[in-house]
Each structure stands twice: as C-alpha cells, then as structure tokens.
Design a protein around this ligand. Structure first.
Ligand SMILES: Cc1cc2nc3c(=O)[nH]c(=O)nc-3n(C[C@H](O)[C@H](O)[C@H](O)COP(=O)(O)OP(=O)(O)OC[C@H]3O[C@@H](n4cnc5c(N)ncnc54)[C@H](O)[C@@H]3O)c2cc1C
Length: 390
C-alpha cells in the first residue's frame, strides 16, 4: 500500500522523480549491484526518497570505471557540459570545481615511418580543439567521494561480489561470492543492476534463467572503453606548455594513439602529467607485458616532447581489459560505441523486480558518465512505477 505522503527526489538534471515515501520496510531493501556512478546515483535517489537500499560492490573501492590516483584520471577524464546537462548539473550541485581541458598551443602528429625514413612529428596549430571538454579538480573520483559522503556508510558494502540472483514472490534473492561472504544470501524487494550488461551475463547466474534472446542482447552490448588501457607520466612541471605545445598528440606509430595533458588543477609541484590511450590490442598487451609497454610509452613521450619527458617523477598504467570487474573476454577488441537500446533490458518474470542502471543501458549517451546518471534515474523511476518502492 502506498503511503499517503509522496516524496520527490532531485535528480542531477533537476528533473523530479516522484516516489512513494517509505521508512524502514519489512520487505527488505532495494539491492543495488555495483558501486560505480550508476549505482551511487541510484543510491542517492533512493536515500533522498527514504527508500531503504543496500549497495553491494565487488571491488574494495567505489567508482567502478572512475579511477583517479593522486588526482590523475586512469578511467574517465572528461565531461561535456554543452551536451551533457545532467553531469554538469550534478558537478555544480556537489560544489565541485570543473575546468576546461588544457588546449592552448600546438598539437603533434606522429606519422608511421616509410620504408626508407622515419618522419619527425608534425606540428599543427591546436585551435583550442579540446576546449569544450571539462575535467574535475582532484580527478573524476572527487565526484564519487562527494556522492558517497552523503550516503549512510552501513548501506555500502565493499568487497562483495554478487554471483547469483533468484526471483522470489516479494522480490529477489542475491547470492554473494568472495571468501568471507561465499554463499551468503541477501533478500531484497527489488534489484537494481548498475553494471555493464555484458559483465552481468557472464558472471551472474539467474534463476529462473534469462531467455537466450535477452542474454544475446546483453552479450552484444559493448562495455564502453573496457578494451582500452591508459599510460600516464607525472612531471614536476608541464614543460611542453613552455614549448608552445598543448600536450595533445595523435600517433600512427604508437604504442599510444592519442595523448593529452592530464595535469592536476590547481597547479602544484609534481602535478603535471601527460597521458595516452594505448593503441595496442588487449591480447598483444597481455603477451608483451606491462613493463615493456611502459618503456615504449615513455620512449614515445620522449620522441614527441623531448628528453625531459624521459624522466618522469612517476608513471601509472591501467589496463581495463584485464580488470575482471569491468571487462569480459568479449571486450578484447574495441567494437565501437554502445547504441541506445530501445528494447526492455528484462522480460517477464524478471521485469517485475529487476532493473538495469549501468551506463550502457541509458536511453541517451550510453557508455558515458552522463549515461550512468540517466540510466540510474530511469531505473529508479521504473521501480517506482512498478510499485517496488512503496
Ligand atoms: C579508460 C576509460 C576512459 C573513459 N573516458 C570517459 C570520459 O572521458 N567521459 C565519459 O563520460 N566516460 C568515459 N568513460 C566511461 C565511464 O567511465 C562510464 O560510463 C561510467 O563510469 C560507467 O559507470 P557505471 O556505474 O555504469 O559502470 P561501472 O563504473 O563499470 O560500475 C560497475 C560497478 O559494478 C561492480 N561490479 C562488477 N561486477 C560485480 C558483481 N558481480 N557484484 C558486485 N559488484 C560488481 C564494479 O566493480 C563497478 O564498481 C571511460 C571509461 C574508461 C574505462
């Protein structure tokens, strides 16, 4: 029975989602599987509506694909306020400082060598080409920290892997894996899956089983950026800026294919950085190994930006294709951007008690940070419409 008082939860876009008010319920919490941006935003909406929830996250940290180390982004780095109003509004609402990607100066283009010669990198005027890409001071993980700060700590369980989901009359029952929790059951009134569909299909067993059609659709949905790896080098100063370079480079030599300035803001000693997307396919990366890849990436920075680039204060490398909480074997090769899927992500009987909230399931901007917010909002609204929140 819906309580007389109706609440409205503010979403990042300023849209208001009507929900039935509910205090602690005998029906159990809404279980949120995954503590990336989608799961955290869903938790925030449920908390605002006073709907009990329990967030289960496999890693020992929140954020999922969002990963900033010492303020340097090894996962997402940018959002585009001109096109993505929800993330722009959330960043503002949380009081985070955003700044444009550094784009003043020339860009470099490294061309493949010919049979007879190696070509020096070409230099072109940059025209501020990245000016509409925005970063967050302290790294995108500042967004994760700000979201988590307002959530009740005892509702966030880290290091807990969900391995099974069974449908019950009153909701769902999740089976947990992992050493300490193996076999533990969590009863929930509904389940919100905030992780890539392809990963769920591979790692979570459903009872009753999902239809082959649905499983095929999930498997065919690429997890955005899962096949990729980033290399980052930290320097005392952004010396390339003094050379009239913005830090952006394209390369058909490699191993990195696209390079950008990744310096921390506010500026600090030891806060300058360059990063690149490694263009070597995941299978070859696994064969070659991280040590060799790091050496070649550093040599490429030196080819492009001079000898100073050869001696960074530190380097960082993150291979997302090798991370089992992001990628599956199907993510070895980049297959393009996920398309917005118009079909439902669950069919009966699961559709009554389960919803998707991972970015790849968003109606617009799937795969992006913006998509994660929109997917979470749509998922919470769907649970409400189906009566699972009352
Ligand atoms: C290298 C890279 C660069 C990117 N660049 C950008 C960018 O510049 N701009 C942009 O908008 N987007 C970018 N993205 C995409 C962006 O990171 C994602 O859209 C967003 O972070 C997805 O959030 P999510 O919550 O949907 O999924 P995820 O962040 O993947 O969260 C899923 C969560 O589920 C957890 N999990 C997995 N399996 C289980 C299980 N069995 N039980 C419990 N928990 C589980 C995971 O640990 C994870 O925390 C980039 C991604 C990468 C990897």
């Amino acid at each position: 029975m819906v309580n007389a008082g109706r609440l409205t939860a503010r979403t990042a876009s300023g849209m208001r989602t009507p929900m039935a008010e509910k205090s602690a319920s005998s029906r159990g919490p809404v279980a949120i599987v995954g503590g990336g941006l989608g799961g955290l935003h869903a938790a925030r909406l449920l908390a605002a509506a006073r709907v009990p929830f329990l967030l289960l996250e496999a890693r020992s940290r929140l954020g999922g694909r969002i990963l900033s180390e010492d303020g340097f982004d090894l996962g997402p780095a940018w959002f585009w306020p001109d096109m993505q109003p929800s993330i722009a509004a959330l960043v503002g609402e949380l009081g985070l400082a955003a700044f444009p990607q550094y784009a003043q100066g020339d860009v470099l283009a490294e061309q493949a060598p010919t049979l007879t010669s190696t070509l020096a990198p070409a230099r072109y005027p940059g025209f501020g080409q990245m000016a509409s890409s925005f970063r967050i001071a302290g790294g995108i993980a500042a967004l994760v920290a700000a979201l988590a700060k307002d959530l009740p700590e005892d509702r966030l369980r880290l290091g807990v892997t969900v391995t099974g989901a069974a449908l019950r009359d009153e909701g769902g029952r999740l089976t947990l894996g992992g050493s300490g929790d193996a076999g533990t059951m969590v009863e929930a009134r509904a389940v919100l899956f905030a992780l890539p569909p392809r990963l769920i299909e591979k790692t979570i067993a459903f009872a009753p089983a999902l239809s082959p059609d649905l499983r095929g659709m999930w498997r065919a949905t690429p997890t955005w950026m899962a096949p990729h790896a980033k290399f980052l080098a930290v320097y005392a100063k952004p010396f390339w800026r003094g050379m009239g370079l913005c830090g952006t480079a394209q390369s058909s030599v490699g191993p990195m294919v696209e390079i950008h300035d990744a310096s921390a803001v506010p500026e600090r000693e030891g806060g300058a950085a360059l990063f690149g997307f490694v263009g070597v396919p995941a299978s070859a990366r696994a064969r070659v190994g991280e040590t060799v890849l790091r050496q070649h990436c550093l040599a490429q920075f030196a080819r492009l930006f001079g000898a100073q680039a050869e001696t960074p204060l530190a380097t960082r490398f993150k291979d997302w294709a090798a991370d089992p909480f992001t990628a599956t074997a199907d993510d070895g090769e980049a297959t393009g951007h996920p398309e917005a899927v118009r079909r439902p992500w669950f069919d009966a009987p699961w559709s009554a008690r389960a919803v998707m909230a991972g970015s790849e399931t968003a109606p617009v901007h799937p795969g992006y940070l913006e998509g994660a917010l929109l997917a979470a909002e749509a998922a919470v609204a769907r649970l409400d419409e189906g009566g699972a929140l009352s």
